[in-house]
Design a protein around this ligand. Structure first.
Ligand SMILES: Cc1ncc(COP(=O)(O)O)c(C=O)c1O
Length: 404
């Protein structure tokens, strides 16, 4: 068949999407063209306050000068080499992440799902070598670990899985925050427990202190690995650099993505020395840890560490939470619960109004998203300031009342 080539021309974005894309995303009716800090602009020139930040990705906001500067320098120096060779930004980032965490070794990935795939493979090989071939991984109901087949099987939500059954084997799911259920699920085939410290896609449900401490103890008592999926909770989102620091426990393996690149696609699987069982050829990726994405990530993590971004997150969290609690106390807003862990909040409504509230916010110039028909999620850039929080509270409050 002959294909004719044409250059991109002016087109109707909505029509083009409907005819060109696989139907995977239920998108908001917006075409975004520019971003700066906590603001984005659409193709009509309209400005929005972005309290979703690319789903917890744009940690330093849109087009943060330190990222732009690092990427601009790197893009004209060295973009990609493959992992056949060493590169300096990759090594520098590894050192920074390892020096500032409880981990000893790193594997770079391109996304959260890939970081988790790496952790799953690592746990399986570890089970072969250390626990008579144990291969099973226990995860939580309501969790989200990604969209590849193995990470989908790890995800504790049948809604995402059903169309693709049968799921790959080797995963067991138990209710979250239920230590007894976790203890009963452990058997001779268990190699690891994999948990998010806070269920993110599940609606911002933090693990309790007792639960994570209890799970750590179960792993120690049974000699199995604890993998924490910090894809969403890592890189300062909770007001700690890593979610596990809020609990005072240490995982054996930790996965990262989202905020790690501040918008550039990078993931990572880090592990303690005793869990680091890969040998050459066991795992790999062509693009992972390219000098370009590592330079961006280096800029993000350095900025967070050098500018007390974590302290700022805690201040802004308290400010936002006070405003939201005040809104909730006006019973008419219809808010039944606010779950917060740093700049990461699930606002639950008494009725199924999340869709209407999201639309009202967007029409008033504010971007948020929903994790269910009752729950709005916010995850603004970590550098959001007090004025921007006040603007959010203003618009969000209006949306709660106008959408009744
Ligand atoms: C906790 C968690 N793990 C894994 C993933 C998958 O990450 P990605 O979409 O980058 O593959 C997500 C994405 O939302 C997530 O929240």
């Amino acid at each position: 068949m002959t294909t004719t080539h044409s250059s991109p021309a002016v087109f109707d974005a909505r029509e083009a999407e409907a005819s060109l894309y696989m139907r995977t995303f239920a998108r908001q009716p917006l075409t975004l063209v520019r971003g700066e800090g906590v603001r984005v602009w659409d193709d009509t020139g309209r400005e929005y306050l972005d309290f979703l930040a690319g789903v917890a990705v744009n940690a330093l906001g849109h087009c943060a000068p330190v990222i732009v500067e690092a990427v601009t320098r790197q893009v004209s120096t060295l973009i990609h080499t493959s992992n056949i060779y060493r590169t300096v930004p990759q090594l520098q980032l590894a050192k920074l992440l390892i020096d500032n965490s409880c981990m000893d070794r790193i594997f770079y990935a391109n996304s959260g799902a890939e970081a988790n795939e790496c952790a799953i493979k690592l746990a399986r090989k570890w089970g072969k070598l250390n626990r008579n071939g144990a291969f099973e991984i226990i995860t939580a109901l309501g969790s989200f670990h990604g969209r590849t087949l193995a990470t989908l099987a790890a995800t504790g939500n049948r809604h995402y899985q059903e169309a693709f059954d049968p799921m790959p084997g080797g995963f067991k799911h138990v209710p979250f925050n239920d230590l007894e259920a976790m203890a009963s699920a452990i058997g001779p085939n268990t190699a690891a427990i994999m948990l998010e410290p806070v269920l993110g896609e599940g609606g911002i449900y933090p693990a309790t202190q007792e639960y994570l401490h209890g799970v750590r103890k179960l792993c120690d008592d049974h000699g199995i690995l604890l993998i924490l999926d910090e894809v969403q909770s890592g890189i300062g989102r909770t007001g700690h650099l890593w979610g596990y620091e809020a609990y005072g426990i240490e995982p054996d393996v930790m996965t990262l993505a989202k905020g790690l690149g501040g918008g550039l696609p990078i993931g990572a699987c880090l592990s303690k020395e005793h869990a680091s069982v890969f040998a050459p050829g066991d795992h790999g990726s062509t693009y992972s840890g390219s000098p370009l994405v590592c330079a961006a990530s280096l800029a993000v993590v350095s900025y967070i560490l050098e500018n007390d971004v974590l302290g700022h997150v805690r201040l802004m969290t308290a400010h936002l939470l006070a405003g939201l609690e005040a809104l909730k106390s006006e019973g008419d807003a219809g808010i039944s619960e606010i779950r917060a862990f740093g700049l990461w909040m699930g606002i639950e409504f008494e009725e199924e109004r999340a869709g209407a509230i999201l639309d009202a916010c967007r029409e008033d110039g504010l971007l948020v998203n929903r994790t269910s028909t009752r729950t709005i999620r916010i995850a603004p850039p970590l550098i959001v300031n007090r004025d921007e929080c006040d603007r959010f509270l203003d618009i969000f409050g209006r949306a709660c009342f106008s959408s009744r």
